[in-house]
Design a protein around this ligand. Sequence first.
Ligand code: NAD
Ligand code: MG
Length: 381
Amino acid sequence: MAETRGVALLGSTGSIGTSALRVLARQRDRFRPVALTAHGRHELLAAQVAEWAPAYAGLVQGGDDLPAGWHRGPACLVEAALRPDVDIVLNAVVGAAGLPATLAALEAGKRVALANKETLVVGGDLVTAAARTHGGTLVPVDSEHSAILQCLAGRQPHEVRRLLLTASGGPFRTWASDRIASATVADALRHPTWQMGSKITIDSATLANKALEVIEAHHLFGIPYDRIDVVVHPQSVIHSYVEFVDGSVLAQLGAPSMELPILFALTWPDRVPDDGVAPFDPVALGSLTFEPVRHDAFPMLGMGIAAGRGGGAAPAVYNAANEAAVALFLQGAIPFGAMPALVAGALDRFGGAAGGTLEALWAVDAAARAHVHAQAGRLKG
Ligand code: NAD
Ligand code: MG
């Protein structure tokens, strides 16, 4: 057996992070976690460090009572990613905060197994250029994009007619628009098919998540926006489709579990034996159904795709305004129905800015967040 490959797991305490450690626990002869980082949950990180004994542990925020040898502050993400014993950076951080580590790892020629989709929404052009220039490899963890990668199997963009991303539709798929507008935090956190962190769960309730994923797909696979579509598929069994120029359609299926796409992002283009997920049972899964997106009830989807098409700073503005709005909603500071107007306001104000550099992107990111906070304050009166 070849030497094991070192993994930096950024965001080890989150939903993807803990799923990744379950995968790594079954694959100890192939991979070893050499760096773990978390934001603030230092008790869980301490338990993970005790179990895995990584060479590096980093905490973004924390008191003075951290265990000896832990690294502290936002710089720990890039520091962990750049360690010479790290071959693969599994970026499972939530939000734009994950971008610098993705860029640094690709610039160092490493593989990035990317769950942090905000990385590609904010800095898609810079990230794909960094991978091209420095020989880094970007492999998606997101289930839709993992499905597409598996269906593409090395085919070129000109052989693809269309990518079709499936969306569960979220908890409000069948709700009337006025009822959606006053949905509570508890309503919005009750996702029908996936157990995930709170930010992406709210994004799945507004369908902003699917807009982020369309932008992510555009950058990962080099397919123009007019050849990427979304279909609602409530059972989340078909993870996405690729339609080829000859009319043939391939799909990838499985019960909803992030452990498969996490493993594939580590092993791609190879497949390795793994028995962590129950065998596929189509009879138990029952019928598979499809519906069009209700764009009138879920304006965040079309708004995000338009921001992606607009390019420049617009996707970064959309992402930052959405992050700020979701955080305010989760705090109980604004109603569910206020989020689209807050994001639209930030896009109107800053969406036309240029995006070409990291500095420009961080400037509009900060401006969009500040704008959302100011507008939300005005909402409260
Ligand atoms: P989560 O909230 O459960 O976990 C986030 C992790 O990132 C935690 O370990 C946290 O400590 C860390 N973190 C949070 N803010 C940070 C910051 N500012 N700096 C550094 N670290 C920070 O989120 P999640 O559901 O695991 O999602 C992580 C990413 O994966 C997101 O981009 C999400 O969109 C994507 N994703 C998640 C799922 C899923 O099933 N959970 C599926 C597809 C994609
Ligand atoms: Mg997804």
